[in-house]
Design a protein around this ligand. Structure first.
Ligand SMILES: N[C@@H](CCC(=O)N[C@@H](CS)C(=O)NCC(=O)O)C(=O)O
Length: 203
């Protein structure tokens, strides 16, 4: 039986919705939000403390839309628009819009609201909170890079190109001290690629 770690009103809703649409069963472990603070044992399961997390045998996924894609694709569900469908480009556009373009400012606002509720809207409190968030999220990258040069398939893929930009921003924002050794070496490996250097130069 698959397990989904969840918390109310989080992106885990996407995953549970897909399970419902495709008629697949999973054990839903719902925790109080945020698990990072209110269910500290969860760090042993997921080093970022974030939800959702899917465990399906050897498969562990903690990006909500990756989980949705994994589940829907495996079930041959029409929730996924196939590569040969003319609607595929629109499908990709909105798939990514939902977790990047639209979520980014909403997440920012959500964090400010949380800090506000804790009674301290000072910039230092916000920065410290954001640093903690980034550090927790980088931990999963550090762990994944053990014994690996790239994130998937043993070669450079779009996954590396996607992650290269937040790692670039880490440097731009003066957060390099948050990078642990493997992530720091990985960023150097990406930066050493002539195509990346050319892209940096012309961008
Ligand atoms: N991109 C990830 C983001 C996961 C995420 O930020 N989850 C939030 C809940 S919606 C969370 O666990 N926040 C608590 C924390 O970061 O400590 C996804 O799509 O699953």
């Amino acid at each position: 039986m698959m397990t989904v770690y969840s918390a109310p009103n989080t992106r885990a809703i996407r995953v549970i919705w897909v399970l419902e649409e495709i008629g697949a069963k999973a054990e839903i472990k719902s925790m109080p939000y945020p698990p990072r603070q209110r269910a500290p044992d969860y760090f042993a399961v997921n080093p970022t403390g974030m939800v959702p997390l899917l465990i399906d045998g050897e498969v562990r996924l903690s990006e909500s839309m990756a989980i949705c894609d994994y589940l829907a694709t495996r079930h041959g569900s029409p929730l996924v628009v196939s590569p040969d469908d003319p609607e595929r480009p629109q499908f990709l556009q909105w798939l990514w819009y939902g977790e990047s373009t639209l979520m980014t400012p909403l997440s920012r606002l959500n964090i400010v609201r949380q800090v506000e509720r804790q009674g301290g809207a000072e910039v230092e409190v916000l920065i410290a909170g954001a640093r903690d968030h980034v550090a927790a999220r980088l931990r999963m990258l550090e762990r994944h890079l053990e014994g690996r040069d790239f994130l998937a398939a043993g070669r450079l893929t779009l996954a590396d190109i996607s992650v290269s930009y937040p790692l670039h921003l880490v440097g731009m924002l003066g957060l390099d001290d948050l990078l642990e050794p493997r992530a720091a070496a990985y960023r150097e490996r990406l930066r050493a690629r002539p195509a990346y250097q050319r892209a940096l130069a012309v961008s």
